[in-house]
Design a protein around this ligand. Sequence first.
Ligand code: IPE
Ligand code: IPE
Ligand code: MG
Ligand code: MG
Ligand code: MG
Length: 312
Amino acid sequence: MFEERFSSTLPFPSKPSGLYEPCRYFLTIGGKRVRPVICLMANELFGEITEDAWYAATGIELFHNFTLIHDDIMDKAPLRRGKQTVHERNGLTAGILCGDVMSIYAYDQLANIQKNLAQVLHLFNKTSIEVCEGQQLDMDFESRGDVTIEEYIHMITLKTSVLLACSLKMGALLGGATEGNAEKLYEFGKNLGIAFQLQDDYLDAFGTTQKVGKQNGGDILSNKKTYLLLKGLELANDEQRVVLDEWLQKDGDDKVAAVLKLYKETGADVACREAVERYSQAAFDCLEQVAVLSKRKDELRVLAEYLLQRDS
Ligand code: IPE
Ligand code: IPE
Ligand code: MG
Ligand code: MG
Ligand code: MG
């Protein structure tokens, strides 16, 4: 239901087409629309979906897509949603500027909100700043060899999970939730977001391009400090650690296959799945504490379960 309204009311004019055509392209090649949907679901926990929640959901999805366009430049990613990334298709300038303008259109949506505008805008701004901070840490970690699991969790909390948490909290606040319930939903989103990014890392390694729509092994090629890599290094015996360290120093056609093999041999793949499970459980515990009738939370439960078991 979000998708229909979203794609039929994209806010971009037609000219200059060099700017807006790639924006439309990127927004029509797919995307799970997870953040706007959970925003609307959180809103619906407290009554009928409000017009304010639609503006919030639309703004959040535009903002998310802006972060993806720039993320693909930073990660040198050729593919997303099974299609060419914007910078690959239209050039670097288009990638930068489309991302910029999309983020401004996101804010323009939020400007339509009537209720609690100052409060939700502060929350959104805080979240946007945190996403930038997380993205910077993600890049910094590429060239560091001493990243800890704790630092990794902090980084993915910033780059990924706070936006899911913010989506839920905004939806809740715009639906008239109490501060306590809004905060519990935020915590639900934070744990869900961590599990979601762990799963994203897992799929980057073990998924297929055909299903995931991204270049397989992209994280391995850019030495991203993912949970898989950090756990692989931790669980490796001396011999395996030497090999893994060697691969971190070099590139080669067989890098992805070799590192994947080590992830399996060390049990890093299983450890990653277990971590997804732990954070999902923590997320569901938070959701239980939201004080609305349990049945009303079913939609969020089902969506969260789908997200954490997805293979695409
Ligand atoms: C991708 O997010 C970026 C991450 C935070 C892992 P999604 O997996 O939600 O991307 P789309 O919007 O569905 O393509
Ligand atoms: C991206 O993390 C998070 C943000 C866009 C803020 P990734 O770099 O892992 O996301 P994908 O795998 O490219 O979607
Ligand atoms: Mg990326
Ligand atoms: Mg990235
Ligand atoms: Mg990824």
